[in-house]
Design a protein around this ligand. Sequence first.
Ligand code: G3I
Length: 331
Amino acid sequence: MGVNGVPPDQGRRPAGNRRMLVAGALSAIGLLAAPALTAPADAAAGTLGAAAAQSGRYFGAAVAAGHLNDSTYVATWDREFNQVTAENEMKWTSTEPNRNQFTFGSADQIANHAFSKGMKVRGHTLVWHAQIPTWLNNLSATDLRAAMVNHINGVMGHYKGKIYSWDVVNEAFNDGGAVGTLRSSIWTQKLGNGFIEEAFRAARAADPAAKLCYNDYNIDDANASKTRGVYNMVKDFKARGVPIDCVGLQSHFGNPPANYQANIQQFADLGVDVQITELDIGGGGSTQADAYRRVTQACVNVPRCAGITVWGITDKWSWRSGDTPLLFDGN
Ligand code: G3I
């Protein structure tokens, strides 16, 4: 297993060949009409975003500001996708590198482009253990709590009323241990497990129009203990009136688990939306294409699955580019 439990590469095919297979797989469920293939009669939409919009969903991608000078990259983004997530630019190190000094230069480059095209924007991410500035490290609990709320207010306030959904807390659960174990971080160490609830309450107050998501990886299997922990938290939040609107399944994997649709459904049954937030699938050929088809079909089959975001546009700039995990090759 690689980073984040991602299985190692499962073998390769030439990239062009792979893309045709993926296009064929998505076309078969009416999500993409691949020109070289016979499209089903109901697949009128010719792009991922337009096809998703036919059922009120979105199909988005993570975009990095550093690549916006690549015209092919931007043209592909504009043509295929109707939602965007900034890959790094809305994280704490980017938006508040020094205490109470907010900077939105590269985040705004992505967000303003998306707004001008009518795309949905997912905000990623407010409270995480990674990509946080060092000035947080030596604060007292009282001060850290104030800094967390101030960060939520500052970033959500900047985009108030314009963001579709925010990843309020990212990757807080541990990969091992008993069900419900949180990852040890400055947040748990200084604020205790209640930091998640505090963050969600602050986020609702900061921008009541945004959907508030809990986002994590390795919560794709309905029965995995990490999934059970997140499920129990969402159930508890709903029972106690703690604001939460969505669960983000990052879905960095080699294959969706057999119960992937059941997993989406069990979260939906708690009264939250499910968003597939960082999809990328290692491998190649028909196995990879079929995995994309199964993920997409699972989302289409659950009314509360709001949409899919792939974690990048082209393999060449993927965080796991060696796995050629995305829908477009380096060309
Ligand atoms: O921008 C600096 C550059 O100035 C510097 O020279 C260079 C040297 O290392 O680093 C650059 O920053 C890198 C940044 O990506 C932008 O390229 C960071 O080192 C690198 O750590 C960072 O990686 C990002 C990673 O999150 C950080 O944890 C990946 O791009 C991004 O795809 C990845 O995304 C995460 C999600 O946020 C959460 N879920 C998992 C997912 C994949 O790991």
